[in-house]
Design a protein around this ligand. Structure first.
Ligand SMILES: [Fe+2]
Length: 227
């Protein structure tokens, strides 16, 4: 579970402060503060090493927040919640830089929240039923999500998505996400090289498979499906 400190930090970044944190419920406005990492940097090892988490959270994710705060100063985005910025800037070519950084700030909060140090628990209940019905079962879903991650050309994300309760898989480039376009992501796997290159070099598929098999907190994924 998340610590109270982490949840309060989440509120500062526009994330629900009660129950499981859900970044699509965005409240706060700028300046946005990166939420605390909800576990120790070495907690995801060996699937994701301490060094990768240190750089990924402490440098890459932090930089998206800093750049976003620099960019939104003096603009209408300054008064908006983080999630609203993502959605509002998604279709505006002139605001692409804001979208890229807001998207990546949001995506990574979503990313860190979904992991469970010490091992995964299999999905159950309504989530498992939906995976069986829409995606051919857990094993096929994992195989197809690895394939979706492999299909992302360059940097991006692979997602398990709910669109009004129907599950699907997709890949998105850069800082884009299903959330930016009104759908509900349930699980997001970062396939930028910074997420895996130190640990897996070019073996993106091995990384994604290991993430799915060992550190996903399926309780968080199920909670996200409830909306
Ligand atoms: Fe990343």
């Amino acid at each position: 579970m998340f610590t109270r400190r982490a949840l309060l930090a989440g509120a500062a970044a526009g994330i629900a402060a009660s129950g499981l944190a859900r970044p699509h419920i965005a409240r706060a406005a700028a300046p946005f503060r990166q939420p605390d990492l909800p576990f120790a940097e070495d907690a995801l090892a060996p699937t994701i090493s301490s060094q990768t988490v240190n750089l990924h959270y402490g440098k890459h994710h932090a930089a998206y927040f800093k750049t976003l705060n620099d960019l939104v100063g003096g603009t209408p985005y300054e008064a908006m919640a983080l999630g609203d910025i993502v959605k509002a800037s998604a279709e505006k070519d002139a605001d692409r830089k804001i979208f890229n950084n807001a998207g990546q700030a949001w995506n990574h909060v979503f990313y860190w929240e979904q992991f469970k140090p010490g091992g995964a628990k299999a999905p159950a209940g309504d989530l498992l039923a939906a995976v069986d019905k829409d995606l051919g079962g857990l094993d096929k879903m994992k195989t197809d999500l690895v394939a979706a991650a492999g299909g992302v050309f360059g940097s991006g994300w692979a997602w398990l998505v709910s669109d009004k309760g129907k599950l699907s898989l997709e890949g998105t480039p850069g800082g884009d996400s299903p959330f930016a376009h009104g759908r509900t992501p349930l699980l997001g796997v970062d396939v930028w090289e910074h997420a895996y290159y130190l640990d897996y070099q070019n073996r993106r598929a091995d990384h994604v498979k290991a993430v799915l098999d060992t550190i996903v907190n399926w309780d968080v994924v199920a909670e996200r499906m409830k909306g």
